[in-house]
Design a protein around this ligand. Structure first.
Ligand code: FAD
Ligand code: SF4
Length: 503
């Protein structure tokens, strides 16, 4: 029996299950990596995402060759043709591939017609297995992230002193999330790279593609190998992690990345493993005495949110992506694809940044982009498709729960306890975007009223009954009750006009 290993573009790790079992053997099995053009046309992906994946695949192929693997690197239309040719040429009787993280790709693999058997091995790029998560979830009525996170701390022994959390508290969020106002913040520069020869070749390929893509190809500054990803991680731990917590939610025009780690693109394609990142942050706490609020806040993102989102994605099943609890049907405005077309400064700043880099930090994604999509009543599946196309780190497993669940509350509260909807107040408090905007963040009815204000109240009014049953917004809904019918009429009118003009 001859085994061959197929490595997917988001499984670029020497310790992934299919490679780990043969890495020490003297005679290495044949390995294949495939750049498929048809796969790249599923949606108009960000050019930098295509460059990242294809360049990282090519670098990984080189690494495999250096480790004596006979590597076939195919560039083709589909997957089936090069797989079939490779199987025949090498007399392969069984292809082994690690289970894809994304459900659609798993379904696709099952439709392949190949001249040999194909075996899926467990995916080891996450900390919780599918079965372990299901064990945790099926015991409860509500899937509270905080409960899941504490379980993770205990299970993996992270920031624990015996059975108690280090420092006496599980969560230090009260000390985090400070607004940026009135402070002279000095943000350490981000750690970027110059493209090498392999990446430059891929940039050329992507720039000459004949199908629709999105965003700028250059400057391309992401790491494309494990070595580079480790440098980004080290730099983050040294320079950014100490202040990560304090300004985790702050947004400043021109400061795209603040104190964030910029490691999601690497975690999501296997260049970094979540446990090594968590342990590096924990070590920094014990060895360098970094502030516990920053360390705990950062570890919660990976041990908590990331694992929780992926666990729920699998647990909630294939229908979850179709959810639309508010029955929102407005189409995605053009300005999501072309930032110049909006005059709302917050949206413009974040969308320009996404066009240029494929990146926005969590609060820009949640409280600017998806908050707008939620209160404007945009169709959740269209919004999900945009996020999936536009971001450097997007995959089905991370997109569905983050966009459908957390961002748009389209699952009716399976994941979040209340919608992340807010007026301009929040954006003004947590950013400096409003200072240079033609709209007035304080105004909800006048000529210059900020669209976040009237759309927000219009959203609450439209969904008053559903939200009342939800229970968590009673304080805000009481304010809505106090509004006069004239005020509500102006809000309705302004919202309709806005949606007519921009959507
Ligand atoms: P940091 O702020 O430095 O956080 C560290 C790490 O924590 C991240 O690298 C990421 O791996 C993990 N993390 C934190 N929150 C989440 C979360 N909610 N889900 C999964 N991982 C999390 N993350 C993606 O990896 N890909 C996406 O396509 C993506 N889309 C999102 C869309 C929306 C609407 C929202 C609200 C969130 C989305 N996130 C996504 C989660 C989060 O915003 C990004 O992981 C984070 O901004 C990546 O930047 P960073 O590496 O600098 O993160
Ligand atoms: Fe955004 Fe409104 Fe502030 Fe302008 S005023 S930046 S549109 S929140």
């Amino acid at each position: 029996m001859t085994v061959g290993i197929w490595i997917l573009g988001d499984q670029l790790s020497m310790t992934q299950t299919a490679l780990a079992r043969v890495i020490a053997s003297l005679k290495k099995p044949p390995v294949i990596l495939i750049e498929s053009l048809r796969h790249a046309q599923k949606r108009p992906y960000h050019r930098q995402k295509l460059i990242l994946i294809w360049s990282a695949m090519r670098h990984f192929a080189e690494e495999l060759r250096r480790s004596s693997f006979p590597v076939t690197y195919a560039t083709a239309d589909d997957f089936e043709t090069p797989l079939t040719a490779w199987v025949k040429k090498n007399g392969i009787s069984e292809i082994q591939v690690m289970m894809p993280s994304d459900r659609p790709f798993f379904q696709y693999i099952q439709t392949l017609k190949l001249p040999c058997k194909i075996t899926l091995l467990p995916n080891n790029q996450f900390l919780w297995s599918e079965e372990e998560f299901a064990q945790w979830a099926k015991k409860r009525k509500r899937f509270l992230m905080e409960d899941f996170y504490r379980e993770g701390r205990r299970r993996f022994g992270i920031l624990m002193a015996g059975d108690k959390p280090v420092g006496g508290k599980w969560n230090y969020d009260k000390e985090n999330r400070q607004p940026p106002k009135g402070k002279k913040l000095k943000v350490p520069r981000a750690f970027w790279f110059e493209p090498d020869e392999i990446t430059r070749e891929v940039i050329q390929k992507v720039q000459s593609l004949s199908f629709p893509t999105y965003g700028n190809a250059e400057p391309f500054r992401w790491a494309v190998s494990r070595e580079g990803a480790l440098q980004v991680l080290d730099y983050f731990i040294e320079k950014r992690l100490p202040n990560f917590g304090y300004y985790q939610d702050a947004m400043i025009a021109g400061e795209e990345t603040m104190w964030h780690s910029l490691i999601s693109p690497y975690l999501n394609i296997g260049l970094l493993h979540p446990l090594e990142v968590i342990q590096a942050a924990e070590r920094a706490f014990f060895e360098k005495r970094l502030p516990i609020n920053s360390i705990e806040g950062f570890i919660r993102q990976i041990l908590g949110w990331r694992e929780y989102m992926r666990g729920l994605y699998i647990y909630l099943g294939a229908e979850y992506p179709e959810k639309n609890w508010f029955n929102h049907t407005e189409p995605l405005p053009d300005f999501f694809w072309n930032a110049e077309k909006t005059n709302m400064n917050c949206l413009r700043q974040v969308l320009i940044q996404v066009q240029q880099t494929g990146y926005a930090h969590h609060i820009q994604r949640l409280m600017v982009l998806s908050n707008f999509a939620l209160i404007a009543g945009l169709n959740p599946q269209e919004v999900e498709n945009w996020f999936h196309a536009a971001f450097i780190d997007s995959y089905d497993w991370v997109m569905q729960t983050n966009v459908i669940g957390m961002g748009l509350f389209a699952d009716g509260g399976i994941l979040a306890s209340k919608p992340y909807a807010s007026s301009a107040n929040y954006i003004n408090r947590m950013s400096n975007y409003c200072q240079n905007c033609q709209f007035d963040w304080r105004d909800r009815l006048g000529e210059n009223a900020c669209p976040f204000n009237f759309l927000y109240w219009n959203f609450l009014e439209r969904n008053r009954d559903k939200l009342k049953k939800q229970g968590r917004l009673s304080f805000i809904l009481a304010n809505l009750e106090r509004m006069s019918s004239e005020e509500l009429e102006i809000i309705r009118k302004k919202s309709t006009e806005y949606l007519r003009n921009f959507l």
